[in-house]
Structures are given as structure tokens and as C-alpha cells.
Design a protein around this ligand. Structure first.
Ligand code: 2P0
Length: 295
């Protein structure tokens, strides 16, 4: 049994350059690993290749997708049953391919005794999902050369989510990313994101939390801007997303250091310092009681 945690990007991964054989992204990203939300995966011997997710045997196309990845990792093998369970509240819209492929890669390593290092597993996991490699580290960098490594900071970074919608996303992030890569402003995104990657690393080393929060917020907006300028144009965000962002800004004006970020969905994630947790929760509960999920 292996476990993979979700991660939340503070500088986003939003584009693929090539597979060589592992993924090289168009730009660097940085993320924070959750220590609460995860996927657990177990492999057992089976007569046929089978994939069970949250107790449900998956259809042919889902099974094929997973086993294409398995066959890239293990060349000659017996038939197996892969059983995964997401320990991420379904309503949160946070279930992620990152935790899934992190757990699966670790379990493949165990089951088939592949003897891979953490870094090898991280890189291999990108053949399943790009963001998965970041789940092997706490504060992870996935750079534009495809290298994955741990970053250090003295900041006690923490995240929570304000859950505004539990609907399944209309456009899977993989397809969305492909469309966004044709956006007229995509080259600007790549340049900005690479700048943000360097600035974020510096702010983390300098333990400058306000800088970290500001870089994350700006990076988030530019990533989402690529979707508004795509053909066809689309957005992951909705009215409630904007309303939450405004409220968080107002709370920040009261002197509480909270910053927002959004991924391939309308839910808002809030970055804060662990030592501020009590006052952050107190302030947020006033507006978002019942919608707060600690990550
Ligand atoms: C991120 N996202 O950095 C960004 C921000 C979504 C928005 O990583 O195609 O599911 O499997 O490599 O990893 C989602 O991308 O994409 C993602 P694939 P993945 O967290």
C-alpha cells in the first residue's frame, strides 16, 4: 500500500514542452504538499488487468489510461489489480491526478521491486501526470528542464480551501492546458511564469511571506488569463470565486496575511502561515462557515 498526497501550486505548471522520455514543462512550477489529503493505492496479483477507484471497477478507457502508464514503468510483468482510494472529500473538487500518480508510482516501485530513488519516481510519475512529480517533495520545484527538487524556507506555509463548488470540472485540466497553449498570450505566460519561478525561489529563501503571497496571486491571474484569451475561450472561475477573492482581500486589509490561488476549478485556496492559523480561521469563519477545508 502506498500513499500520495495532493499538492497545491504557488507557481503554476501550465503547459507541456515535450516528453524526453519524462515530461519537460514549458515553464517551472513550485508547490506545497498537503499533509491531510491523499490517495492510497494497493496492487495485487490478478487474472486480468483491473483498476478499481473508490470501490468502483473502472471502465475500459480509464483502465487503459492507467495501464498505459504502468506499461511505461514496468516492461515485463504479470497481470495486476490496482485499487485506489481518494481520501479527499469528493465535494472539495480537489481530487487530483498528482496524488493518484504519486501513489501509483510508489506502489509500482514496491510491488515490482524496481528499487527506484525518490527522484527517479518523481520523474517517472510525470508520464502519468505532470503535477504528480511535485507530490514527492514538501516544497517542490519542477523546473523548465524537467528537474524536480526540494526547496527550503523557514516559512511555515499552510493552505486551506474555500469550497465554492462540488461540480466536476467541465474541461479536464489536460485539455484546458492544450487549448491555452494556443492562446495569443501564451508566450507571455511562459516568460512571466519563468520570472515568477525565480522570484518565488528568492522570496522563499528570504522568508518573505508577503512577497511569496503576492507572486502567487499574480501568477495565478496570468495563468487564468490564458484561458480568457484562448480559442475557444473558457474559464475555470465563477462569480463565487471572485466574491471569495474580494472577501479575502478585505480580510488582508485588516492586517491578516492571507493570499488566494485557484487551479483548474472555481474553488479558492488560501495561503497563510501556520502560526496565524487560529486568527485566519476566525476571520474566515465569519464569511465561509462550512466551506473551509484545511489542506
Ligand atoms: C498546477 N495544474 O501547477 C496547475 C495549475 C492545474 C492548474 O498541474 O496533463 O493534471 O496530467 O500533466 O498535472 C494540472 O495539471 O496535467 C495542474 P497533466 P495536471 O497545479
Amino acid at each position: 500500500m502506498a500513499r500520495g498526497y495532493i499538492n497545491i501550486a504557488i507557481v503554476k505548471y501550465w503547459g507541456k514542452k515535450e516528453f524526453n522520455p519524462y515530461l519537460i514543462p514549458t515553464q517551472g512550477s513550485i508547490s506545497l504538499k498537503s499533509n491531510r489529503l491523499y490517495t492510497e493505492t494497493n496492487i495485487s496479483k490478478s487474472d486480468v488487468d483491473k483498476f478499481i477507484l473508490n470501490g468502483v471497477v473502472q471502465n475500459e478507457s480509464e483502465t487503459k489510461k492507467i495501464f498505459e502508464f504502468v506499461d511505461k514503468v514496468v516492461k515485463e510483468r504479470e497481470k495486476i489489480c490496482i485499487e485506489s482510494k481518494n481520501y479527499v472529500p469528493t465535494a472539495a473538487g480537489l481530487a487530483s491526478s498528482a496524488s493518484a500518480y504519486c501513489a501509483l508510482t510508489k506502489e509500482l516501485n514496491e510491488y515490482f521491486k524496481l528499487n527506484l530513488s525518490i527522484n527517479e519516481m518523481a520523474k517517472i510519475s510525470t508520464m502519468g501526470s505532470g503535477s504528480a512529480c511535485r507530490s514527492f517533495y514538501n516544497l517542490a520545484a519542477f523546473d523548465k528542464y524537467g528537474e524536480v527538487y526540494e526547496l527550503n524556507t523557514d516559512l511555515n506555509l499552510a493552505m486551506l480551501a474555500i469550497v465554492v463548488s462540488d461540480k466536476k470540472k467541465e474541461i479536464p485540466s489536460r485539455d484546458a492546458m492544450k487549448i491555452a497553449q494556443n492562446s495569443v498570450i501564451y508566450p507571455m505566460w511562459v516568460k512571466r511564469a519563468n520570472d515568477d519561478f525565480e522570484k518565488m525561489k528568492k522570496a522563499l529563501i528570504e522568508n518573505d511571506f508577503v512577497k511569496v503571497g503576492n507572486i502567487m496571486e499574480k501568477n495565478t491571474i496570468i495563468m487564468h488569463n490564458t484561458t480568457f484569451r484562448s480559442n475557444p475561450l473558457f474559464s475555470f472561475l465563477n462569480e463565487e470565486t471572485y466574491s471569495v477573492i474580494k472577501t479575502i482581500k478585505r480580510i488582508r486589509m485588516r492586517g491578516i496575511n492571507v493570499f488566494t490561488t485557484m487551479d483548474a476549478g472555481p474553488n479558492v485556496k488560501v495561503l497563510y502561515l501556520k502560526e496565524d492559523e487560529e486568527k485566519v480561521l476566525e476571520a474566515l469563519k465569519e464569511y465561509f462557515e462550512g466551506k473551509i477545508l484545511l489542506c
